[in-house]
Design a protein around this ligand. Sequence first.
Ligand code: AMP
Length: 380
Amino acid sequence: MSAPILPGAVLGVLGGGQLGRMFTLAARRMGYRVDVFAPEDDTPAGQIAYREIRAPYEDLAAVRAFAKDVEVVTFEFENVSSEATAAAAEFAPVRPSGALLHVTQNRGREKRALEAKGIPVAPFAIIESQADLDAAAAHPGFPGVLKTTSWGYDGRGQRRVEDRAGLANAFRELGSVPCVLEGFIPFVAELSVVGARGLDGSIALYDPVLNRHRNHILDITLSPAPVASAVRTAALDLARRILEGFDVVGVLCVELFLLDDDSLVVNELAPRPHNSGHITIDSNVCCQFEQQVRAVCGLPLGSTERTVPAAAMANLLGDLWQGGPPNWAAALADPGVRLHLYGKEGPVPGRKMGHLTVADSTLEGAEARVLAAREALLRR
Ligand code: AMP
């Protein structure tokens, strides 16, 4: 096995968003330098980085020059092309691998790969043409959800479909691009498991957390998910099988649907730290970002043990700024509230600007306090 990349080295991140920012904060705390590659200036990650390289991901010469100056390349932006990860890999290891990224950035490929490994997913059909549309309409996949295979996030690029006519309309509305039609899963809860796998194959998993969405965007995360211990064990087992089955080196999140018979279905994978894992910064010994640093550097993984009985996280979207600056002092009047802001200009509605976290002796207490703190932001 190759020697670990030690503090003092320069780590490279493709992408400049909040995931890169929190990765960079963790890396800098541990004594690494971080170079960030992004197509914009003054990015959330670039503000903390040692160097911010501005170039489009398609500029392969710039990607090569970036990779030459770093010891390892990781990514926080999932739509980096295979050409770009291959160009980077000529000069530095890319972790997780470009091959994994290639699978997870296409919902069709991801579902096929999960199915091939015996992991439960929603019934699905790939829709690329009129013939596929006709065939899928005959398939008992209704009601269902039609999702573009690429570039979908936070509910963008997806439509609920009830019948054959709705399917044809939705396909047209989504631009007649390749799509996946999934059977609608009547879930009772959405869970996620963040886990990491090291270069030596060791695995560290965080407890499953419970996620609530609003307008398809993550709104609240509760840790640990209040589920039966058999559900917890099954969720952890799925995450372990996925980390091993895809030979991951790095952090990966598995998003899950919990059904009323306590069975689990995998919704999707994110081969990187995840919004629901932000809570680990304030509730676990080693957070998901430090874990990503350790994993990609070939260091031993950190403890995923919770340091608090329960915690809740609330996302702060740009909507909160619409009536003027949020009342930070009012939210922080509860001394247990932790504020995380991502350094973004332009608080447009739906944009993730930051989050709040609260730890408490109970989940109910943590949730009530984090919601009260977010509500207090509007007291102007
Ligand atoms: P996704 O972009 O695939 O994570 O989907 C965003 C959200 O839409 C999920 O978190 C669910 O709340 C909902 N959703 C997606 N796919 C399905 C499905 N097959 N059945 C029911 N709800 C779904």
